[in-house]
Design a protein around this ligand. Sequence first.
Ligand SMILES: C=C(O[C@H]1C=CC=C(C(=O)O)[C@@H]1O)C(=O)O
Length: 421
Amino acid sequence: MSPAAPSPATAAVVTTTALGNRRTPLLTLVPRDGALAWVRRGEGLVGWGEADRLEVSGPDALATAAAWWADRCARTEVHDPVGVPGSGPVVFASIAFDPAASTSVFVVPEVVVGRRDGATWVTVTGDAGAEERAVVETSPAVTTTSIGQLRYADGSLDPATWCGAVEAAVARIDAGALDKVVLARDLLVSADEPIDPRRLLLRLAERFPDCWTFAVDDLLGATPELLLRRTGDQLSARVLAGTTPRGAGAEDERLATALQGSAKDLAEHGYAVRSLVDALRPYCDEMDVPAGPSLLTLPNVRHLATDVRGHQHGDADLLELIAAVHPTAAVCGTPRDRAATLIGELEGMDRGRYAGPVGWLDSRGDGEFGLALRCAQLTGAEGGRQARLFAGCGIVSGSDAAAELAETQAKFAAVQTALED
Ligand SMILES: C=C(O[C@H]1C=CC=C(C(=O)O)[C@@H]1O)C(=O)O
């Protein structure tokens, strides 16, 4: 564990509705550097500045982070007349796909602007002057500069080698070694000009209103998958697995109908739902799991989707629940351990925080975490002109490597279109 700096003995956190009447879109408020965001349909949280930061890895990473956040909250003087999920002290988090091996990042912003059910609030952590700065800083930023031409290069594996990995995975599945594994690949992008995260976030939010547009520590994306939301003792999740690209004209409907009737995709989806439900069940006294999936339609792909709800008993905090459910078979596989080992063997890359939980947590224990999918890691290389994109696919018996490669391309398109616009 490597906390960047020791927490101050006490911190003051003030939430105010002073900007309550302003309807400025949240994502236009964030600065170019250090943007923090979790926004869907214009509501959610944005933040900037760093009042505190924790970078952590190792087998107890999430327990360490939970203790750090609880300790920080206990030593914080809070004035929060708003009193809704996301008001008062908030930490944004981007957790590694493998928290034991890679670094997870937790950032407490100096300023958070939140919007929920049409009401807007501002929360300031730290010195009194920050509140005034927040008001000044909540003027919309200019975000329209073009980044020029984009050039793409293979990431860790070229497409043919990745298809070979998919075939190897199918062979292992057919030999009975496991039921499902999610294999991902990365794509490198270089632009003529530095990539402005604000521009990317705005484009993603415009094009993907059903997704959660997120940014934490230069990992930016619009995820359709909600790993876990906790509001008091109510838990909810949106599990996705099983995908088809969009088609032109009548072909689009044909693809949608085929997805809903595909035994392969329904099996792939079933593993993902079961992995979440089985992991969450010990923490719930009631669960509502629909008998079959619905269809989620996005501009680039359609997914099989299941919205799961649970009523929590006991006092496990949200990070403990996240540690229990992650990684689900939407991003890892079944059985989990064998799938994780095969990912390490076949993928040839470090996922970092791709496919890890990303979101926020408040001092009441409420929060929302998605899976960091359809995302780009801004690398800072070449003066901020480079990004690394990620996309993965669930592989089961019957998966076809060429179709899976096409699926990764359709998934990359979420960020590519936002960069190219
Ligand atoms: C792993 C990814 O997607 C997951 C979520 C939805 C559908 C998926 C699929 O059909 O394979 C994946 O399980 C990704 O977008 O990188």
